[in-house]
Design a protein around this ligand. Structure first.
Ligand code: C2E
Ligand code: MG
Ligand code: MG
Ligand code: MG
Length: 283
């Protein structure tokens, strides 16, 4: 179907592209009208330390409960927020909620927070997040920022300087989705990383592919040699775990060990594991 544009040329969209564009615009509109504080919330997915047999951290994962669109996944609304120029509002609200949650967790439990490409591109904005941490007297070492290769790719020098600043303040930095997309070992050398998260697409393939298994084994070994923590993302089944075990992974994040859960369930889990002192749970 053709569409007539002002300058007089015609662009041909397929029905699929047309539907996609309409959906994207509907998302942006709903986001503009949203009460972000009310409609955005976080779920927390445990990161399990196999050697110590306990949960050591949770990744904060955003959800948007829109009154008009229903539940929207972050893969869709983070990009929409970036397009609509709303990403800083979204990130600020989510970050505040992450700190609220962390506040009730025991000191040894850390939180991972995802930063988008646009978040990372604005130094002043990142430091406004740092100020929130300082104001609430939370130890920076309990907070880990997850970044992706795509987010640092555009300006690696600026990203490195910013991440070095954060690292010097005591914040932890994790490289997310490693092995997917435009992975480059260069980043392991260039950025002040504490942790690498191996993309779940690898874990998905280890059972069937000896090559994937060798790649994952190699990355785990490499991280260990570089003194980087390494998380296997997306472990769903016992079968996958059995295949992964010989590779001696240390940290696992995946449905097998816990799905993204509410703060109430986090506190319940920590209490059951006696990781929360009595009386520390939220009312
Ligand atoms: P991510 O940072 O790589 O997060 C991991 C994603 O994998 C999450 O999807 C999680 O629910 C999913 N996952 C975890 N374990 C398993 C498993 O065993 N199997 C499968 N199939 N999936 C698993 P989710 O929550 O939909 O988030 C998608 C992406 O959205 C995240 O990928 C992250 O890039 C982005 N995101 C989430 N929250 C935020 C946020 O607060 N800010 C920003 N900028 N991005 C966010
Ligand atoms: Mg992440
Ligand atoms: Mg990931
Ligand atoms: Mg991702």
């Amino acid at each position: 179907r053709g569409k007539q544009f002002a300058r007089g040329y015609t662009v041909i969209f397929t029905d699929d592209q047309d539907a996609e564009m309409r959906e994207a615009l509907a998302l942006e509109r709903a986001l503009r009208e949203a009460n972000l504080e009310q409609e955005l919330y976080l779920l927390f997915q445990p990161q399990f330390d196999l050697t110590r047999a306990k949960v050591v951290s949770f990744e904060a994962l955003a959800r948007w409960q829109s009154p008009t669109l229903g539940l929207v996944r972050p893969d869709r609304f983070i990009r929409a927020a970036e397009r609509a120029g709303l990403i800083q509002n979204v990130t600020r609200v989510l970050f505040g909620k992450a700190l609220d949650a962390l506040y009730l967790w025991p000191d040894e439990i850390t939180i991972s927070f995802n930063l988008s490409a646009q978040d990372l591109a604005d130094r002043a904005f990142i430091f406004s997040l740092v100020a929130q941490v300082t104001a609430r007297e939370i130890a920076p070492g309990r907070l880990e920022f997850e970044i992706t290769e795509t987010a640092v790719m555009k300006d690696i020098d600026a990203a490195r300087v910013l991440l070095e600043n954060l690292s010097a303040l005591g914040f932890k930095i994790a490289l997310d989705d490693f092995g997917s997309g435009y992975s480059s070992f260069e980043y392991l050398d260039q950025l002040p990383l504490d942790k690498v998260k191996i993309d779940k697409s690898f874990v998905r393939k280890v059972a069937q592919s000896a090559t994937s298994r060798e790649i994952v084994a190699g990355i785990i070994k490499l991280c260990s040699n570089l003194d980087l923590k390494c998380v296997l993302e997306g472990v769903e089944t016992e079968d996958e775990m059995r295949t992964l075990n010989p590779l001696s992974p240390k940290l696992i994040q995946g449905y097998l060990f816990g799905e993204p859960m509410s703060q109430r369930d986090v506190l319940g889990l920590l209490l059951a594991a006696e990781q929360v002192k009595d009386g520390m749970t939220a009312a």
